[in-house]
Ligand binder design. Sequence first.
Ligand code: AMP
Length: 460
Amino acid sequence: MSYNAPEGTADMLPADARLWRYTVDEAARLFARYGYEPIDTPMFEQTEVFCRGIGEATDVVGKEMFVVRSGENFRRECAGENVKSKSKLSLRPEGTAGVVRAVVQHNLVEQGAAPAKLFYAGPMFRAERPQKGRLRQFHQIGAECLGAAEPSADAEMIIMLMRFFESMGVPQSRMRLLINSMGDDNCRPAYRESIKQFILDHEDEMCEECCRRAQTNPLRAFDCKNEHCAIIMADAPKISDHLCDDCRDHYKAVKHYLDNAGIEYVEDPTLVRGLDYYTRTVFEIQVIEGMGSQSAIGGGGRYDKLVETVGGKPTPGLGFALGFERMVIALEAAGVLTENVKNVDGYIACVDDSVRDVAFDLACSMRDAGLCVEVDHQGRSLKSQFKVAGKLNVARVIVLGPEEVALGKARVRNMNTHDERLIDIETIKRLFAQFDGQRFGGTLSDEIDTVFSFENDDKE
Ligand code: AMP
């Protein structure tokens, strides 16, 4: 019997896992310039956090959440017994609701202090119909800024996201930034009502789902994949014509900041985004070619009512999430994903078993100095060890033979030039010990070559 990973999930094999870690590190580095700090919240929360935070009428909550129960509570539920609402848990379908819950729980937005700027990275879970770029477990990196109402915060966040994609290599020419304002409590209810009425007026021509949405979440009809619905919705009233003065001014100021920063955007009055919590600015970054129907690589918006909704004091906020898997597809489609190979600085090869202790000891010293070194653990012949070293793509192989070792020496071979030199083992160890591991950073740097250039201790 053998098993596959569950449908809609993917194993992150080493090359992907390396890229994921690199991506998270790059996000941490770049977001830090904008004042963001990391936060890690649980992968499951009380279901109510998502129902209240994201909205029960959304697809994400209404249809796509994975329910979590302890064994005992599962048994109770199956037996028709009551399960406390605290024990009704779900896997997180997105990151914002949990982060905002944590912000409220730990009072992270202090009166009179700077906004709380937080970023997260990790898996999210949605029971969607799997397809390319649409998984049931996927990975997001997201950022949330709480306590900032000014439109400059919206522009700053959009710029940070664009810069991140650029730093990862997504070509600017392939990205399209869509923006819109969804209004606020003042102007949106009337607009929502007008869309509801519009759908009801076209009930005969629209799909069942849209007709149902008219009652629960009418703005979602703008996202309907049915071509006919899309044609009808193109004539629906536009939010841009229904914004109140404050929302219009806010939106205008966001665009002004983006213009000043030289960020190109397309205003899309039908961009409503799937989650209920958005107010005012919403944005999405799409990739123009090679993504099929899953072209959105990231998006977000302002959610000035969310903190209150999950039990906190009124606090303006905004955030975004980007999809790692989609970004990788975009990088592949643009042909900019360079092969990312395991990085091994050196391989220590043994001519025979008599030198294994020395090899092991040398490997330990080199690793302690910060280098990435491999040594044979399979009892292979010297020839096979060279083959393995070649497969690992190492730059240098240190060959230990009984005669050289008896003299305290080792042979270092440059795998590119096949040039070999004899070096003194104690000298290497001493020199490595002097280096600060951080300077090597686990990569073959000038330092290692400097060390290997010492033919013997006479030249020290
Ligand atoms: P959302 O939380 O729906 O606003 O999504 C933010 C980003 O996450 C999207 O732009 C996608 O890049 C990514 N994403 C959302 N859902 C999925 C999914 N099911 N599979 C893969 N990526 C996804």
